[in-house]
Design a protein around this ligand. Structure first.
Ligand code: ADP
Length: 484
């Protein structure tokens, strides 16, 4: 056994050493504990500061959103619903993660500060069977505006805004695009106890395309047609991207200012649709001359392609100054469409026979109906370039799925080719009827939702017979029918 060294500690030394060691360890522990507490405190402070900043940011965004009157930034999803407001079987109605879209009015929006009395009337612009629009001036600012009176429903509990009016306000409030008319505010007459009338206060534009086309001695130049169509497609692409269908595009609903800027107006027939669109939508939309074949054949499921058909009709009208397809009634409208675009076949429009009004159509035999629509369009618009003919032919495709979207239209080579679209600033100016005198009443039809009764029953219309009967008829523009 090894002997103890003489340097070895005594028992007392050892006890003292152990005590010192314990004290040292305790000191170390206390120091570590202090450091941990300090660290924890620091972290809590940082977290509190971050939370405060986040709160501040949210409050700021809320104020901005309220000021701009738009909902918080979020991809818009619109609940598909039925046209009559009911929810189809199997449809959840509202998706779980989104609140229903509610029309918001600012507090105090119906008070005296928003009375029509704040405006002086300058002159009537349009007084028709379904609406009244006047030019006015805001007394406080001198700003010239257009005032559109909305039609009210007379209910038991007083006058109320019909759904079309509510939709028009809602959609215009949600839209902000240079090719869509700006809604400045909504004003009323009659006072808060009993509202007599509701008016949309819109930015005033000097012209609508219909009035210009009626009066201009020469048609638009090709470069001008391109400028107008490009702006129309741009506004429409904005709407369709947001699930909005206009459903009443026509030249009288396209406004133009004196700086060559076109704006889409009249959202009385417009509505939000979802993706996929609602299972049932009304077919009683779009003014007859601009109404697509699928609507005429009674479809209840449709989408942006109905607007693209109207764009095709507007394209033709801009070129000739005459509405392209002036049917006297639904049957006549379809007949004219088939003359221009060809009679539908299972190849050109798969599935058209399943549409409600198509089932008992008697169409001419296939060989007799095989005139290519492109060649008829080329013959009718001899001055249009081949890219222009291709675009027009696409827009007027009988099968809605074959029509280009507004976005595709914008990218079409027609706009890239010479002559290039004219710069808006170089656009010609026209004398403004809206700014000076009362307009005469229009002789063009209106969308059917505005009072007209629907649809002639197309059930057993014999289109072969109609074509045969028209065979020798002289048609405008040298267009003759040789289908049968
Ligand atoms: P309605 O729903 O009664 O058809 P619209 O909105 O189509 O009413 O307007 C009818 C007409 O009034 C248009 O064709 C246009 O001539 C004129 N109009 C509408 N809005 C404006 C505006 N903001 N600026 C100038 N004229 C306008």
């Amino acid at each position: 056994m090894a002997s103890k060294s003489r340097w070895a500690d005594t028992e007392e030394d050892a006890a003292q050493d152990a005590q010192r060691k314990r004290e040292k360890e305790e000191k170390k522990r206390l120091k570590a504990e202090k450091a941990r507490k300090a660290e924890e405190e620091k972290r809590a402070q940082a977290e509190a500061e971050a939370a405060r900043q986040q709160q501040e940011q949210q409050e700021k965004e809320q104020v901005e959103n309220d000021a701009n009157n738009r909902p918080p930034a979020k991809r818009r999803k619109v609940t598909p619903g039925r046209e009559d407001g009911s929810v189809a079987e199997g449809e959840g109605g509202v998706e779980e993660d989104e609140a229903p879209k509610i029309l918001r009015f600012e507090a105090g929006g119906w008070g005296p500060a928003h009375s029509v009395e704040n405006y002086d009337k300058l002159n009537d612009i349009e007084e028709g069977a379904y609406g009244w629009v006047a030019r006015g001036k805001e007394i406080k600012t001198g700003k010239v505006v257009a005032l559109k009176r909305l039609k009210l429903d007379d209910g038991n509990s007083g006058a109320g805004l019909p759904e079309t009016g509510l939709r028009e306000i809602q959609i215009l409030k949600d839209c902000s695009h240079r090719n869509i008319v700006t809604l400045r505010e909504v004003v009323t007459s009659g006072g808060p106890q009993r509202i007599e009338n509701v008016f949309l206060v819109l930015d005033f534009l000097e012209h609508d395309l219909k009035s210009i086309l009626e009066d201009m001695p020469e048609p638009f130049l090709a470069s001008e047609v391109k400028t107008l169509l490009r702006q129309l497609a741009s506004g429409l692409s904005y709407l369709h991207d947001r699930w909005i269908l206009h459903r009443d595009l026509k030249t009288s609903n396209l406004l133009l200012n004196n700086r060559g800027c076109l704006k889409i107006a009249d959202f009385g027939m417009a509505r939000y649709v979802g993706d996929p669109p609602p299972a049932r939508l009304t077919q009683l939309v779009v003014t007859l001359w601009y109404r697509s074949p699928e609507l005429l054949l009674g479809t209840e499921t449709y989408g942006p392609a109905v607007d693209m058909w109207s764009v095709g009709c507007i394209f033709g009208e801009l070129l000739t100054r005459e509405p392209l397809l002036q049917g006297r009634n639904e049957v006549d409208e379809l007949t004219r469409i088939f003359e221009l675009c060809g009679v539908p076949t299972d190849e050109s429009w798969p599935g058209f026979r399943r549409l409600p009004n198509a089932r008992s159509l008697r169409l001419p035999p296939k060989s007799a109906s095989s005139v290519a629509s492109g060649s008829v369009i080329r013959a009718r618009f001899p001055l249009l370039t081949s890219a222009g003919c291709a675009l027009l032919d696409g827009l007027l495709a009988l099968d809605p799925t074959r029509r280009p979207t507004a976005r595709q239209m914008l990218a079409h080579e027609y706009f890239a080719q010479d002559p290039k679209p004219k710069q808006e600033a170089m656009f010609p100016t026209f004398p403004s009827k809206a700014g000076q005198e009362r307009r005469r009443r229009r002789d063009t039809p209106n969308a059917p939702g505005r009072g007209q009764q629907a649809a002639v029953d197309l059930g057993s219309v014999d289109f072969g017979g109609i074509f045969a009967g028209r065979e020798k008829e002289e048609r405008g523009g040298g267009f003759s029918l040789r289908m049968i």
